[in-house]
Design a protein around this ligand. Structure first.
Ligand SMILES: [Zn+2]
Length: 199
């Protein structure tokens, strides 16, 4: 199971990948000279990064990798994001809902691709329709440990796991960032006019 660092990068990558989907994306473009935060997609990109980490909050209150790691939870996140989107940005509610649901779902994809040494291995991916546990067996991401965090064996194991996650996910995120910069560049002048209608 990947670390929160790996999950957050995947969530960010999903937000940037979603900006490549055709449709009204002018509001996701940033005019020249603005902050990196805005160029990266501001609060919505941050929300996507956070949503990609949230399924593991179950560690604090229930059995791990059950309903928070399922298509049922993805649908609920999409629904809540649609409600929030309709309230704060009605014209973009559908895109916001899909982005948030996809960012949350990225957590399941990474967990499914990773090693899981805690039985039963995998996640209850199809809750509430099916209570089976699913895992790919591809072992793309190493096992991270969340107990005895500050002992040398755990530190070494987690360091190695995070290094491997970064080696896989950072190039993907960087590639998506570069493609996104190109794809949104043509919307930037329009966004600039929206920001400063008097000019
Ligand atoms: Zn998880």
């Amino acid at each position: 199971m990947p670390s929160p660092f790996g999950h957050s990068i995947a969530g960010l990558a999903v937000a940037w990948a979603a900006d490549l989907v055709p449709g009204d994306r002018t509001w996701r473009a940033a005019p020249q000279g603005v902050s990196w935060y805005r160029r990266a997609g501001d609060g919505l990109s941050v929300v996507c990064a956070l949503l990609a980490m949230t399924p593991d909050l179950d560690l604090a209150f229930t059995r791990h990798r059950t309903y928070t790691h399922s298509v049922g939870a993805v649908a609920l996140v999409g629904l809540l994001a649609a409600v929030a989107g309709r309230r704060y940005a009605p014209r973009h509610a559908a895109r916001i809902a899909l982005m948030c649901a996809a960012a949350y779902a990225s957590h399941m994809l990474l967990d499914w691709l990773g090693v899981d040494l805690y039985p039963p291995p995998g996640l209850q991916l199809f809750w509430p329709f099916d209570s089976g546990w699913y895992i790919s067996g591809l072992d793309l991401f190493r096992q991270t440990r969340r107990e005895h965090l500050f002992t040398w064996p755990v530190l070494a194991q987690n360091f190695l796991a995070i290094a491997q996650e970064m080696a896989i996910l950072v190039p993907i995120a960087v590639a998506l960032w570069l493609v996104r910069v190109k794809a949104l560049a043509r919307f930037a002048p329009e966004q600039s006019r929206r920001d400063h209608p008097a000019q």
